[in-house]
Design a protein. Sequence first.
Lengths: 114, 111
Amino acid sequence: SAVISQKPSRDICQRGTSLTIQCQVDSQVTMMFWYRQQPGQSLTLIATANQGSEATYESGFVIDKFPISRPNLTFSTLTVSNMSPEDSSIYLCSVPTGGGDTQYFGPGTRLTVL
Amino acid sequence: DAKTTQPNSMESNEEEPVHLPCNHSTISGTDYIHWYRQLPSQGPEYVIHGLTSNVNNRMASLAIAEDRKSSTLILHRATLRDAAVYYCIQRKGQAGTALIFGKGTTLSVSS
């Protein structure tokens, strides 16, 4: 199994500012995934982050708005840039299990933008 | 990943079995059926997955129809802690690809 921690657990931010969310895994993983969960909604995949290469973004998400870093095999950051109230969501990171068949999820970062 | 269809919500009583249905009529031969659940204020957690045969683990059972176009997650004795959103996900067999979530079924459990 993998233990995933995220920082911060929650934050309240002003519109126009940026927030960087950290994701730490207790084991080395090649792939990390970032999801967004808007209020009352399901999870939407933002991007896949592989160590040593540029993140791959899903349709509707762009690097300028959600830059991702992946400096090593246990850590990643997601920045939510130039925030607006519509960015208020829970942001979760996730990693595949060793065999890749299933995924573990972090506890999420609850972001509120005023 | 192709789309699955689940009821928006279901209700159950504590200690009764729960059958959560899922339709995946576009499933192909290499697609697996995965179930995850999300407890309140937590990230999703893995429940069970299967390809063709019925599967059992300590959390639940997964019954897959013979034509594979539908499946049922079975919680044998619901507890209050089982109240969650249950997601049925049809996923191609490649290891490491990200899960794509649908809307899921919100399960309520009453004492």
